[in-house]
Design a protein around this ligand. Structure first.
Ligand code: ATR
Length: 273
């Protein structure tokens, strides 16, 4: 019988996950079925119960269900536990395993696909919400010279920095305090781009910057990427590689074989205009 997987979210119609996993399955010769599930608000558990009863083996989780998925699981990986959120579930009979591959997917894109080491570099992350939380430990595992977390609400950045402190050099900063500081790599992990807004980051942070990375996907030339370009940053990318890499991590976790992502990334890449 064909193993069943799905992505659950709301809305879900525009999810690229079926295309990505379908392409991975074809490339690796894995016999799976992968569909979209539009989860009714407030009915995550019942919807997943029904999917399991139909033989579902695994789920990708997208907004607004990442916290529900974490709560639903019976076992949690360290990455899921830190984020307090799951972006993938493995369904094994009575066991439900929660993972969060967003952070490792991001690091893999930066280091492997874009060829930019984090080790020994000065790294700035804008934002201290769910996306930033997922990136925290995978970033620190790469041993940057320093990771600075900037956020409007400084207390949230400070809370993340405290969590990260035993894993590497990390500190929190308010946006205005970044004036005059320079970073090699700058990541926008805020949700500002979803509303065509610009985090209040001083342009001076980009003076030595070789890569400006927008975690959001397919939002075109966001205010953050435009600011980086005006400040002279040559390499600007969005989160298409992160999207493909977190999917590849989930696929490998479920199927035991890691697909190559290059083709999927090229297919899904949207011009930054
Ligand atoms: P996500 O899961 O996408 O990270 P979230 O957990 O709601 O979403 O977090 C949103 C993040 O984007 C927060 O860091 C938020 O900053 P505050 O904590 O100060 O609110 C940040 N954010 C959203 N809109 C922003 C804007 N216009 N400028 C700067 N930061 C913004």
């Amino acid at each position: 019988m064909t193993d069943r997987y799905a992505v659950i979210g709301n809305p879900i119609a525009f999810s690229k996950s079926p295309l990505i996993h379908g392409s991975f399955a074809q490339a690796t010769g894995q016999d799976i079925e992968y569909t979209r599930i539009e989860g009714p608000p407030g009915r995550f558990a019942a919807t997943v119960d029904a999917f399991r009863a139909q033989g579902g083996c695994g789920l990708n989780i997208t907004a607004p269900f990442k916290l529900d998925a974490y709560a639903y699981a019976s076992e949690h990986s360290p990455a899921a536990r830190l984020a307090g959120a799951a972006n993938a579930l493995k369904l094994e009979g009575a066991r439900v395993l929660a993972e969060n591959f967003d952070g490792v997917g991001l690091v893999r894109d930066v280091v492997h696909n874009l060829g930019q080491a984090l080790r020994g570099r000065r790294v700035l992350m804008l934002g201290a919400g769910g996306a930033a939380r997922g990136a925290l430990l995978p970033f620190l595992a790469e041993q940057p010279a320093e990771l600075v977390i900037a956020n409007r609400s400084l207390d949230k950045a400070q809370a993340l920095a405290r969590i990260g402190a035993e894993h590497g050099r990390v500190r929190a900063a308010a946006y205005p305090a970044l004036e005059g500081e320079r970073f090699d790599l700058v990541f926008n992990a805020t949700s500002a781009s979803l509303h065509a807004e610009l985090p209040p980051v001083p342009a001076s942070v980009f003076a030595d910057c070789v890569l400006a990375y927008e975690l959001a996907y397919a939002k075109g030339m966001t205010p953050f990427l435009r600011l980086a370009g005006n400040a002279g940053v040559a390499r600007r990318v969005d989160g298409v590689g992160m999207l493909a890499e977190q999917a590849a991590e989930a696929f490998a976790w479920w199927r035991g074989v890691r697909p190559d992502t290059a083709e999927v990334i090229e297919r899904l890449r949207v011009p930054l205009v």
